[in-house]
Design a binder for this molecule. Structure first.
Ligand SMILES: Cc1ncc(COP(=O)(O)O)c(C=O)c1O
Length: 458
């Protein structure tokens, strides 16, 4: 029986990433407020937000400094923009801070409102750049199966998940995919991580040669894959991939939308994974999700080409109404200030052993085939048979059932198919980590009981 709010919801809202048929009978979980790592539903029940929302509320809920910053900026200047040569202090300051922090040479910063639009911008800038420097054919972008880069037409084309393409008439031509670098699922029997990485680099090189190196512009990768199932590339992967990219003059875009800002135990995921990107996409934790802000970090050679194109065409005709929104920018500046002042990244890194100590125990759980991840992000892949890695029948929806059990235990996580993702706010305490995994263990035990009761192993 749906509550009044739930009924109003299903009669009015389209929910992203939801089975629009099923939700009509189950209704949504309606959350009302949050504090620290906790969120509360309309009935007052408390949950640990084990996903930091959507991998984004790094500083947790109810951060008064961020709220006050938003309030002050709204009073002072709620909106002004960067079009036609206008500017404002918060956008300048946020760009300066990002340039300072970035682990690569950055010339300029372009702001957007979402990870998806930032990746669209990446593609447009790379096309613009290659046109400017006289390489009009060098336009194809290579992404990876199970990679996640967003849902706009171009970024969904980069995303390597079938559901983002089926019946949306995607991917666009010129958006290609190589294999997902996930050893547990796709490594060959007896193949070491290094050998697997060598094979993946050879696959990339073959694709570039097959397509023609003068047609391939860029390769995009999340340092550690998130929404595609929390996949950690095998040892030596990026070194080998980057050697191929350099050989054929193909740019590397690091999609740091999840990994950026301390998630993997380093300020940026690229540092943890030994990636040397040419450009970077940032979003989510740039404001700890208190305002929708994304950013593209642009190197000098691309900026120089953009200046030439602007001179030729008369204008750089790209940008969103809310590019560099002053409230978002002010919150971004304050968020980065808090990260630095309160040593949030260092403190998060210090909590990684406690997080993994509990995850390591779950490796022995009868449902768990693999526990993978890095830093404060992990995925637990639930399997029908641990020894053979046999997956559950998709129709059994074991991942979704586990998520519901965990929700009943007061833990919000997300199932990516049958992989349960965990990505708590960086400010989680060690005590709260224990609480989170106590709930996780109870929920998985109940899921195991359900699997047995309904003979879901087939
Ligand atoms: C790595 C990555 N890139 C891009 C996106 C898309 O961001 P948004 O949902 O803000 O458009 C996401 C979202 O989860 C992401 O994880």
């Amino acid at each position: 029986m749906l509550t009044n709010l739930q009924t109003r919801d299903v009669e009015t809202l389209i929910h992203p990433y939801t089975n629009l048929h099923a939700i009509r009978s189950t209704g949504p979980l309606v959350l009302e407020r949050g504090k620290g790592i906790w969120v509360y539903d309309t009935e007052g029940k408390a949950y640990i937000e084990g996903m930091a929302g959507l991998w984004c509320t790094a500083l947790g809920y109810g951060n008064e400094e961020l709220v006050e910053t938003a309030r002050e900026q709204m009073l002072k200047m709620p909106f002004t923009h960067l079009f036609g040569g206008k500017s404002h202090d918060p956008a300048i300051e946020l760009a300066e801070k990002l340039k300072e922090m970035a682990p690569m040479q950055v010339s300029k910063v372009f702001f957007g409102c979402s990870g998806s639009d930032a990746n669209d911008t990446q593609i447009k800038l790379i096309w613009y750049y290659n046109n400017a420097i006289g390489r009009p054919l060098k336009k194809k972008i290579i992404a990876r199966l199970k990679g996640y880069h967003g849902v706009t037409i171009a970024s969904a084309s980069l995303t390597g998940l079938p559901n983002n393409h089926i019946d949306f008439d995607l991917p666009l031509p010129g958006m290609l995919h190589v294999s997902c670098p996930h050893h547990y699922r796709f490594g060959l029997p007896g193949e070491t991580e290094e050998e697997y990485a060598t094979r993946l680099a050879a696959e990339l090189e073959e694709m570039i040669l097959r397509e023609g190196p003068d047609t391939v512009a860029a390769f995009i990768a999340e340092p550690v894959g998130g929404a595609g199932g929390v996949t950690v590339p095998p040892a030596t992967y990026y070194e080998k991939i980057q050697a191929v990219l350099t050989k054929y003059d193909v740019l590397l875009i690091a999609d740091e939308v999840i990994c950026g800002f301390g998630r993997l135990g380093t300020p940026f995921g690229s540092q943890a994974m030994n990636m040397k990107p040419d450009t970077m996409t940032l979003a989510k934790a740039i404001t700890s999700a208190y305002f929708p802000v994304s950013a593209v970090l642009i190197p000098e050679k691309m900026y120089a080409a953009m200046i030439d194109e602007s001179k030729k065409i008369g204008v750089f005709a790209h940008g969103y109404t809310y590019s560099g929104h002053p409230v978002g920018a002010a919150i971004g500046v304050k968020t980065l200030e808090i990260y630095e002042r309160d040593k949030i990244f260092e403190k998060a890194a210090a909590k990684i052993p406690a997080f993994w100590k509990r995850l390591d125990v779950l490796r022995d759980h009868p449902l768990v085939g693999e526990v993978r991840g890095k830093g404060l992000v992990a995925g637990l892949e639930l399997v029908a048979d641990k020894a053979t890695k046999r997956a559950f029948d998709v129709k059994a929806a074991v991942g979704a059932k586990a998520t519901m059990m965990l929700q009943e235990e007061g833990l919000i996580v997300r199932n990516l198919g049958d992989t349960i993702a965990v990505c708590p706010p960086l400010v989680i305490t060690e005590e709260e980590i224990e609480d989170l995994f106590d709930r996780m263990a109870r929920g998985l035990d109940r899921t195991e009981a359900l699997v047995r009761e309904h003979a879901l192993r087939g």
